[in-house]
Write a protein that binds this ligand. Structure first.
Ligand code: FMN
Length: 142
């Protein structure tokens, strides 16, 4: 059975709701899942998985959350090549540029995303939650 790790950071719950929808999608595709707040895991444990979905909202100035998610991601990034990877997150102040920068960091490290990043404005609406479920399914089926 495919095992999908979903690791996220969320300050006010918006990205967490997305993470739960990603998990629902992956489960519906028959995958075994782990859904973990980033501070409850680490890069080494996450890298044990071949199917990984990462969630983080836009923080700082179009950046990943700097204290917990960024150090985790920086350590994980060199271990992601060849894996099935997806990313998602919520934003509210600007246009969502942080996820483009995040995607580029992955591509520059030779990591090919299995699907386009999923972003949601503030709390994910039905369309965004559906996109998160699709992301979970795609990662599980890849
Ligand atoms: C400290 C801080 C910095 C933020 N920086 C940005 C930003 O650069 N761009 C943006 O679009 N939204 C920014 N936001 C808004 C959050 O991305 C938005 O509220 C998001 O929905 C929070 O997701 P969460 O509920 O998962 O924490 C920021 C919010 C906070 C609290």
């Amino acid at each position: 059975m495919v095992k999908v790790a979903i690791v996220y950071w969320s300050g006010s719950g918006n990205t967490e709701a997305m993470a739960q929808a990603v998990e629902e999608g992956a489960k519906s595709a028959g995958a075994e899942t782990t859904l973990t707040f980033v501070s409850d895991t680490n890069a080494a444990d996450t890298a044990e998985f071949d199917h990984i979905v990462l969630g983080c909202p836009a923080m700082g100035n179009e950046e990943l959350e700097e204290y917990e998610f960024e150090p985790f991601f920086a350590e994980l990034l060199p271990k992601l090549k060849g894996k099935v990877v997806g990313i998602f997150g919520s934003y509210a102040w600007n246009q969502g540029d942080w996820i483009l920068t995040w995607k580029k960091r992955l591509e520059d490290a030779g990591v090919e995303l299995v699907a386009e990043p999923v972003k949601a404005y503030s709390y994910p609406d039905d369309e965004a939650l559906e996109a998160c479920k699709e992301l979970g399914k795609t990662v599980a089926n890849a």
